[in-house]
Write a protein that binds this ligand. Structure first.
Ligand code: F0G
Length: 458
């Protein structure tokens, strides 16, 4: 088409109202929630960019598939349709359904990790890190240097630093590395993609040392689209062909179907190794359920199977990646520092650059996230020292590498005018950046503290 505007490639068939809390109501909600945006009621939020996880809008085809869900306890037809869709896409024969991605992580790391073990990853997502550490193992991040610099322009800022991977193998020994993992796209590092070339390189290192290679594929389709756009020689291939090649390079996958299966719940663990799969299924039965439903209803398995297909449609991916980029451009054009280029599912505002007067120990990204809500009812999420800071025994904390606020865009849920509004709110907050103050934590849990911590303004 000769037009510049990439329109939403869908018509809206069913709608949900948005509530519009007043300024006073938002202030009261913040106080009640201890300035933790996870503590807000969703009805207190105007535009909810907390996450793209499980918040997408399903298609009419997905809803229709749910109606034919087979709810048999064992051997459900919906399971076979689901397992078939996963195997066709990934080439992996062992498919274990789970209720969401972190359940796949728990089962996998309970099976392979333990004290003294090290798991390399470009960047562990928070639940992945927590599941590795819960087993007493070390979660080691080794994204390329550009991936840790919000302003560095690089087409594949999610790539793994292969030199660091080799150094880790030499340092801790092959016997202490149960598997190497890579996260596509690299959510905690700005939603940045990993190239096919990098996946091949990591595969080659794993082969040299006989190490299994696993992929956290939560956003595999967005990653495939970036490869099509940015990797030399890939422009003519379909996203499906690219995704198949990505999966062909790994021995196993953890997957949250709440992202690139455009489902509201679900996930899977898939792999080649039948012996490891048998061990994982034993754990699955303890916590998730029988191996042909794994904590999901038959109808959920149907929605995922359909979603895995839809998410690779070119029209969808073109719109999807462009709409995130559009928000990123609005921020950049207003002089708001963001991780550049914008990620696939989210724009990440660089709070360290925007609020240089607030030190990491006073959580600048938390201050910014709170202000976006206070100003315009926009809910993002802190990805900085609240999420990844390491509290020491002496009351001090090692800060996170970056202080970011993520504005995650749910799939097929908001329109361009919603995004225009968010852009205006970001700009308004940027104007009063020098007046923002930091926060201190008054209460926190030992694991994943960002979900429940309470704060007070300084
Ligand atoms: N891996 C990645 C890369 C993720 O982004 C997530 C979830 C998970 C694993 C865990 O999956 O939620 O289904 O258990 N990310 C969400 C987010 C929560 O907001 O980025 P889950």
């Amino acid at each position: 088409m000769p037009y510049r505007t990439i329109i939403e490639p869908f018509r809206i068939h069913s709608v949900q109202g948005i509530s519009f809390p007043t300024t006073e109501e938002r202030e009261a909600a913040l106080v009640r929630a201890g300035y933790n945006l996870f503590g807000l009621h969703a009805d207190e939020v105007i535009i909810d960019l907390l996450t793209d996880s499980g918040t997408g809008s399903m298609s009419a085809e997905q809803w229709a598939a749910m109606m034919v869900g087979d709810e048999s306890y064992a051997g459900s037809r919906s399971f076979y349709r689901f397992a078939d869709a996963v195997t066709k896409l990934t080439g992996l024969p062992e498919v274990i359904p789970v209720h969401q991605g972190r359940a796949a992580e728990w089962i996998l790391f309970s099976s392979v990790a333990g004290p003294g073990k090290v798991i390399p990853n470009n960047t562990h997502f928070d639940t992945t890190r927590a599941n590795v550490e819960f087993q007493g193992a070390e979660a080691r991040d080794m994204v390329i240097a550009e991936g840790r610099d919000p302003a560095a322009d690089h087409p594949f800022k999610g790539n793994m630093d292969v030199t660091a991977l080799r150094a880790t193998i030499a340092e801790v020994g092959v016997g202490n590395i149960p598997l190497v993992m890579i996260t596509v796209t690299n959510n905690s590092g700005g939603g940045q993609p990993v190239s096919l070339a990098n996946l091949r390189e990591v595969r080659a290192v794993c082969d040299e040392h006989g190490l299994p290679f696993f992929m956290d594929a939560a956003r595999f389709a967005e990653n495939a689209w970036f490869i099509k756009l940015r990797e030399p020689g890939q422009a003519e291939r379909t996203p499906r062909q690219i995704a198949r090649e990505m999966f062909s390079l790994v021995d196993g996958v953890t997957f949250s179907a709440k992202k690139d299966a455009i489902a509201n719940i679900g996930g899977f663990l898939a792999m080649k190794d039948p012996a490891l799969a048998a061990q994982c299924r034993n754990l699955l039965i303890l916590t998730e359920g029988f191996p042909t439903y794994g904590g999901l209803a038959g109808r959920d398995l149907e929605a995922i199977a359909t979603g895995l297909d839809e998410v690779l449609e070119e029209g969808y991916l073109r719109y999807r990646i462009r709409s995130t980029e559009y928000l990123g451009e609005k921020c950049r054009d207003a002089g708001v520092p963001i991780v550049w280029p914008p990620g696939g599912h989210a724009v990440y505002i660089d709070a360290k650059a925007m609020l240089p007067h607030i030190p990491p120990a006073r959580y600048p990204a938390q201050a910014l996230a709170v202000e976006l809500y206070r100003e315009g009812g926009v809910r993002g999420v802190e990805i900085g020292s609240v999420m990844f800071g390491k509290p020491g025994d002496d009351g001090t904390e090692t800060p996170a590498a970056m202080e970011l606020v993520r504005l995650a865009v749910p799939r097929r849920t908001y329109t361009q005018s919603h995004i225009d509004y968010v852009g205006e709110v970001v700009v308004a907050v940027a104007k009063k950046a020098p007046s923002l103050r930091g926060y201190r934590i008054t209460e926190s849990a030992p694991w994943l503290r960002h979900f429940t911590a309470r704060f007070e303004p300084i």
